[in-house]
Design a protein. Sequence first.
Length: 132
Amino acid sequence: MQRQKPADVLITDIFMPDSDGFELIATVRREYPETKIVVMSGGGQKLKRDYLSSAELIGVDATLQKPFEINDLLEVLKTLLAASHAGELLQYRADRAGVLERVALRHRRVVDRGRGAEQRRRHAEAAWRIRR
């Protein structure tokens, strides 16, 4: 399903029973660079290592230290999706501006060709009058 329609956001833990969160993060970053990644962990406290800082270094979009409040997660998701939407909106506006610029350029070319045709018509009429 991820290959057909990539998720907007992946929420994962670093420590999982049958999987390594860092491998998952690397795979998602490589195959789905647009997917936002939120990582959570509480394991660093037990092992005396800050795994969330390591996750930040490899490019996750947000981290949450367990335990956390559900409102903290919701706020992170809202921020990430708003930023993603803002980026899409900016890209849409840039694409639209490019299209409008190309349309304006084509319009100018048509108008310029029309002016040239009008000028040629006037010259032809003047030449015809002179011959008469």
